[in-house]
Design a protein around this ligand. Sequence first.
Ligand code: DC
Length: 236
Amino acid sequence: MKKIIVAIDGFSSCGKSTMAKELAKKVGYIYVDTGAMYRVVTLYAMRNGMISEADDKKTVDEQCLAQDISDGKITVSFQLNPENNLPMACLNGEVVESEIRTLDVSNNVSNVSALSFVREFLTSQQKAMGKKKGIVMDGRDIGTAVFPKAELKIFLTATPEVRAKRRFDEMMEKGETDVTFEEVLKNVQERDYLDTHRDIAPLKQADDAIVIDNSNLTKDEQNALLLSYFNEAVNK
Ligand code: DC
């Protein structure tokens, strides 16, 4: 059977990764969470004091971060978790899967991911990962910038409230109980704004993407829908 590239884009906390992982598992494709890659670079910048905040405004020390990237001091990779076979994000070989999911990282990642040199650094790795096809990649610019020729492009969306509720419930489950629903909703809305308004590769629906609004869909319903689009694209 021919192998294709599946590009899944959409707003934060839409359930893109849940959907993408499920499809990849079902059809035996590689799954890549590009948001995790931006989060890893953000974590590096935070750990190395490259993000400062004054008057509620965050500033990234672009020069230092660009230098460290060009000096090869930041390696972003994935390791398979032997327990569930899912990829775990790594920073310079260290598994940082839970560190990159905190609200602190979420609050800084839009600023880091708006930088052109960060996007170039990660986009070139993502393109290389798709060379052999057989990949499901999720993010914000996969169908527009990374794989504009992907055989199947999905644009996933849901209301900000539904998305914030999902992220909030996830955090509670993980024991991150020191946040309120309002804080999570504010983060979702701020990221929506920044993701859609940045100059380079903003979140935007590709002209040939299929839109799925999953506000009122169960996981099973959305997975079945995606699988039907996948089968159609493979048999085209
Ligand atoms: O999918 P996520 O919420 O884990 O993504 C984290 C951030 O990374 C998000 O706010 C925007 C950015 N991102 C991006 O700019 N381009 C991508 N392809 C993926 C994520």
